[in-house]
Ligand binder design. Structure first.
Ligand SMILES: Nc1ncnc2c1ncn2[C@@H]1O[C@H](COP(=O)(O)OP(=O)(O)OP(=O)(O)O)[C@@H](O)[C@H]1O
Ligand SMILES: [Mg+2]
Length: 355
């Protein structure tokens, strides 16, 4: 992507040189200077990191269009999202905003219509069937809302955790089997459900099943665990325990965790909550801990609007409604902020509405 920037710079530079080439020595001097300037600009742009270069998950203008009965639904409409390695973050948004669509794409279960998406160096649009299989087995783990979908009912919790390791096919020796069994025990213990080791899902509560499901998702030590409403079928106390298991996985194993949730307790307990609206990331809340002069710690949350790669941002509907902004605004660049004003001259905006 830095290449694109470089081409832009060249084009701008070429225009400058042509425009300056009127024949006299002074103009030629200008052209030489602008060439040097151009080279500097190109070098600078090359050094600038490309979008999402350092991120583990990178979605760039992601589009997913479904066609059902001849009607098109744009589930994702140019969604940008970057998630760094080691993050524990939540995705929230109204029903139908595109959260599950996004998660299915990140899980390698669905392919976007347009845009770019990569996770841990895997290009989710162009990977072949063999890479897709490897990606789904080794790079991502998934936890569904429906407890029954996560575990096989005729296997014990431990056997469920061993299964993805067997499928990844890392050795059939006795030693390899023992290692897999030991890892399953270790993961179930770490997530606080070691006592369910030999139980079948039917003998476990919903919360226990979800925690065992997290162990299954972690079996092959993936870079990312994705979870779609993992606490949706649980009461709030059980939901908290399940969320604590995600936190443990994140803290103990360094696994990046992305959780779609309607649960405010979960959304408030992570450092970063990204809100999706109409198939785009619209805003995000970032929380950090501040210590006051008395040594008292408190969590401070700030809400940010997302600015996409083209510079677009979505104004919150309650703000635009309050000022009755409909189609356009005036922007004013100040030294440290940008002012956004209703277009009063056209009658738009509360102050001078006539009707
Ligand atoms: N397979 C599909 N075929 C057609 N339309 C679909 C399909 N999957 C999703 N959609 C549509 O895409 C949009 C986004 O759906 P999605 O399931 O991603 O929403 P969501 O944010 O997960 O909602 P919820 O909170 O209800 O789970 C919806 O309008 C939905 O009807
Ligand atoms: Mg959903």
């Amino acid at each position: 992507m830095s290449g694109e920037g470089g081409e832009d710079a060249v084009r701008q530079g070429t225009d400058e040189v042509t425009g300056g080439g009127s024949g006299d020595a002074g103009a030629r001097g200008g052209a030489v200077r602008s060439l040097a300037e151009l080279e500097r600009q190109v070098a600078e742009r090359r050094q600038r990191p490309a979008y999402g270069e350092d991120a583990l998950i990178s979605c760039d203008r992601l589009v997913r269009i479904f066609t059902a009965d001849g009607v098109e639904v744009q589930a994702l409409q140019g969604l940008d999202l970057l998630v760094n390695k080691g993050e524990l973050m939540a995705l929230v948004g109204a029903s139908g905003s595109g959260k599950s669509t996004l998660l299915n794409i990140l899980a390698g279960l669905d392919v976007p219509t347009a845009g770019a998406a990569s996770v841990g160096g895997y290009d989710l649009l162009s990977m072949d069937a063999a890479s897709r299989l490897r990606y789904r087995r080794e790079v991502v783990g998934f936890v569904w809302q429906q407890t029954a979908r996560n575990l096989l009912p005729y296997l014990t919790a431990a056997q469920n955790v061993v299964l993805p390791m067997q499928l990844a096919g890392r050795g059939g020796s006795f030693r390899a089997k023992r290692q897999r069994a030991a890892r399953a025990t270790e993961l179930l213990d770490m997530l606080g459900v070691g006592y369910c080791h030999d139980r079948h899902p039917g003998q476990m509560s919903g919360g226990e099943q979800q925690r065992a499901a997290i162990a299954v998702a972690l079996a092959n030590n993936p870079s990312v665990v994705l979870a779609d409403e993992p606490t949706g079928e649980l009461d709030s106390a059980t939901g908290e325990q399940v969320f604590a298991s995600f936190r443990t996985a994140n803290e103990e194993l360094g696994t990046t965790v992305v959780v779609v949730t309607h649960d405010h307790a979960v959304a408030d307990a992570v450092r970063r909550t990204v809100a999706i609206r109409d198939g785009r990331t619209a805003s995000e809340v970032v929380r950090h801990t501040e210590v006051d002069e008395h040594g008292q710690e408190s969590v401070v949350a700030r809400e940010y609007a997302t600015v996409d790669r083209a510079g677009r941002l979505q104004l919150p509907r309650d703000y635009t409604d309050t000022l009755e902004i409909r189609s356009r605004v005036l922007l004013e660049l100040e030294t440290d902020h940008i002012g956004v004003w209703p277009d009063r001259r056209s009658g738009e905006g509360k102050a001078e509405r006539q009707d």
